[in-house]
Write a protein that binds this ligand. Sequence first.
Ligand code: ARG
Length: 466
Amino acid sequence: MPSVEGVCLASPSRSGVFNKATDRRVERFTESVSFDHRLYAHDVQGSIAHAQMLAKVGLLSEDECRRICQTLIDIRDEIAAGNFELRTELEDIHMHIEQALIDRLGDAGRKLHTGRSRNDQVSTDLRLWVRDSLDRVDSRLVELQKAFVGRCDGDLDVILPGYTHLQRAQPVLAPHYWLAYCEKLERDRGRIRDCRRRVNVSSLGAAALAGTSLPIDRHDVAQRLGFEEVGANSLDISSDRDFVLEAAFTLSVIAAHLSTWAEEWILWSTTEFNFLKLPQEFCTGSSIMPQKINPDVLELTRGKSARVIGNLQALLVLVKGLPLAYNRDLQEDKEAIFDSFDTVELCLELAAPLVAGASLNREGIAAKLDKGHLDATTLMEYLIGRGIPQRSAHHLIGDLVRQATEKGIRLADLPLTDFQAAEPSLDKTVFECLGVDNVVAAFRSYGSTAPAEVRKQLEIWKKKLN
Ligand code: ARG
């Protein structure tokens, strides 16, 4: 370790230009190892590919490369097993691993950083980490889709009120609700795929910002790491964090979807709605009110979306004022993106079993389906089918709804004479479109809640998820 004036300058990044050690407070302020230690396995993965490329172009001997790779694997395994000491004076996980390599191999270890800077190294590690994490989230999304699809057959007989403005609107089959969430999650998966393409670009070999005068092979190292492209501009790719922003955005949309689902199910599980019974293993009690069964998992799923969305905001603000190329500010990206992944993965892990374990309160739902004139729109469409212009039919049915509401009865309870007073051409077939069962059966448009349509979509989902 280089030593000047009896002071041990522990950091390998402190060259001979320094003759004073780093202030301890500065070490504490600038360290990132307390959080970027999570990158250790990806750092080793990146370093092995880099070493193999260096050997291929003749910058390392085969023997040096072999020893470096084996020692990196040993170090990785020691870190994984918790047998590796982390010290703030070594700033980050990248320097810890490199220093351990140097301690064990001497000069061979000192060659690993050839043609590379921590700027492209950090970016590479983070790209590898984000790539793996996106794949994990993607699998969790599929699990949640499977949980929703898994409910559908059992719930095909249930009609729920559908809402707009949280006011009763039209009847909807329960599986139509479940598949609605599958669609949202499928778009989330699409965003993951899109984002992954731009994550999957190699920055290694961009070095500090300008590239290197050494004969490295960036395409070789990219291929070894499974990157599909090589960043074409060293200035850009050494400091690019668009991929972090995109991942944070993708996770924010997932968090927002989970939050709306959580909110809906919190409402549905209230005494007021009483549509849904949540699995008790996913509920908590109150320390003072013995009767309480609280939907805390759903509440926290809703609540945790705040930090995921906040992380996106923080990351955008972090990068918005940075001149090219690497700036130390970028070290601050890690905690935000780690937290977003951790939070979303945690929420998804609980969402799937919660969806599978909840049960619909069929009687409670059916008992109130007559409330709110869920059949008014289909009645209007029945009039349209008989040649009455939509605007006129809309007005006329509004009138009938008012009459029924004033009497405290359903549209189906109005006498035929009331319908005929509104529109003389009406006959008793009007009753065939009233009541939620008739309404649901009457739907026919593509993507609607018509039972045949929902069954068709359900089959498509089952195939897709198999
Ligand atoms: N710990 C730093 C980070 O994570 C390493 C960057 C080193 N680059 C530099 N130019 N100081 O961003």
